[in-house]
Design a protein around this ligand. Sequence first.
Ligand code: ADP
Length: 158
Amino acid sequence: MKVAVYPGSFDPITLGHIDIAKRALKVFDHLIILISNNPHKETLFTSEERMDMVKDAMKECLDKIDVFTSNDLTVKQSKKLGATHIVRGLRAVTDFEYEFQMTHANRVLEKGIDNIFFMTDNMYSFMSSTTVKEIAMFKGELSTFVSPYVEEKLKEKF
Ligand code: ADP
């Protein structure tokens, strides 16, 4: 069984993240969505809230998905979970520099895990959790960015 880990902050999960997860599921038998719980990174939602939103967003594929939180290095955690690949999404060239550094750092840390990149649908290429939070803060229209459940949760926060 081919297992991959899709790590990220998912603060909150957007339609762009869902698009990448669904693309990865066409290639891998099982996908573990790993929600980072980095004490140095301030998030709007707690890890429990982020997990709840990820599970709701992916509810049609829960038989092929696990959702966990992580306090460890992604490569280490991925190895422990039996994954061979780390999935990341690419939106534009601006994502490349960061992903390039991360991939090479990961290879030094753990040789058995490789990174694999999927490009999002054009309609999501401008979308980020940061943008979504800004739109929510100013009470903008959210339905083209997030699921109805996440939209509700964002409205509760602001
Ligand atoms: P991180 O803090 O690790 O960047 P994010 O939750 O912001 O976590 O993103 C997780 C992954 O999903 C990253 O690979 C990021 O490039 C990708 N991603 C985020 N938004 C989109 C999007 N709109 N389309 C495609 N990939 C995306």
